[in-house]
Design a protein around this ligand. Sequence first.
Ligand SMILES: [Zn+2]
Length: 459
Amino acid sequence: MKKMKKRARLCIALALVLLVGLGYYVYELARDGGDWAAYPGNGDVYTNGYLGKGAIYDRNETLLMENTDTGVPYYNESYDIRTATLHAVGDAVGNISTGANRVFADKLVGYSFLTGTHSVTGNGRHLILTIDADTCAAANGALAGRNGTVGVYNYKTGEVLCMVSSPNYDPTDPPDLSGEDMDGAYYNKFISSTFVPGSIFKVITATAAIETLDGLDSYEYTCPEVISFGDAETDRITCPYGHGTQSFEDALANSCNCAFADITLKVGPSVLEEYTKKSGITGQYSLNGIKTAAGTFDFPSTDLALAWAGIGQYHDMVNPCAMMVYMGAIANGGVAVNPTLIKDVTFANGWDADFTFKPGKERLLEESTAEKLDSMLHNDVVATYGEDNFPGLDLCAKSGTAEVGDGNTPHSWFYGYIRNEDYPYAFVVLVENGGSGAAVAGDVANEVLQEMISKAPMD
Ligand SMILES: [Zn+2]
C-alpha cells in the first residue's frame, strides 16, 4: 500500500513536470513563434534564399517597399521618401536591424500562431506602418543633411507619425560602408541611441521640484551668472549672463543654469534619481517589440556634479523617443501612451490578418504637475523662443544646447507638443553638433509641424 502511494505520487509529479514544460513551450511559441518561422535558416519559408514576404506601406497606404521573388525589393519611386523612411522600413540585406522588413518579418511572411506559415493566398502580407511618408520626407528635408533625428507621435493614440534618422541613404543604391558605420547610418537614432540632453533635462528636474518642494510658487532666485564650488575654472556653474531675479517659471524659460543648480541641490540626489526613473527615460519603450535604448544617469552626492546632472550634463544620456513620450505625457494630463509603429496587417486582398492591440498607458506624473508644466512650457515659447517663430501652433516646448566636450559644437535639441484637439502631436528634434537649441532644432520642428497642420488631420 505504502509502495503504491509512493508510485502514485511519483506519477503525479512527473505529469506535473510535463504539464509545466508543455505550458512553457506554448507560451514561448505564442511569444516567439513568428521569429522562429521568419528565421533566415528556416528552409520552409525561404526558397532559394528568398523569404516569401509581402509589402510595407505608410499610414495612407503609400507603398514604401515590396519584397519580390528575385530577392531585390522594389522601393517607393521618390528618392526623398526612400531616404527619409530608410530606418523605418529597413534595407534589403538587413543591415538596419530595427527596420520593419527585418523586425516584422513574421508579419510580412504571414506567420500566425494558429496556422503557422500557411498562407491562404500564397502571397505575403501587407504591413501598414503608422508613419506618414510625406511628413518623414519633410523632416529629412528640414535636417538638410545634418546628423540627428526627428520624431513626432500622436500622444492620444501612441501612433508614431514621423521617424527620421540621419545620416541615411538611398536603399536602391546603398553606399559601400565596408563594415564601417558611416556616422551611425545603420542606426535608427530615434530608437536605438542615447545622447547628452543638456537643458531639455530641466523639465524632469522641474517635475521633481514641483512634486517635492514647498513654496515653489513664491520661489525667487537672483542669478549670479557664476556659482563657484572650488578654485578651478571647471568647478563652476555658469550662465551666459546674469539672468536677474527670477521666479521658478522664469528660470525654466531663461534656462538659467544657476537657478537650476539651486533647485537641483534643494531636490537632492535620491529624489532626483527617483523622479528620473519615474519619468520613464531610464526604462525602455517597446514599439511593437522594438526596444528603445535606456537612458543612463549618475546622481552623485557632491554638489557640483549633482548640479550639472540636474542641468542635463555630467553623465546624463537620454533616448530621443523616450523624451518625446515624456512631452506626450505632459500634454496628456500626466499619462503617457506607449508609442507604436504598426497600424495594421492585412492579407494581399485587404482582409484583416492580425489583431491590433491598443497600446499601454502609464501615468508618469501627477495631473496637477502636468498642468503646471503645460503652462510653464507654453511660457517658454511666449517669453523666450517667440510665438512668431511658430505661427499657428499653440506650442509648449523646451530647448537644449547640450555641451558634448572636446571643443565640439553642442547638440541642438527642441522638444514639446502642440495643444490642438485635431493634431495632438508631441515631438522631439535633435541636430547633432547643431549649435543653439531653440534656433536650430526649433526651426526644424516648426518646419515639420507646419507641414503636418497644413494637411487634414491624420485619422
Ligand atoms: Zn542664470
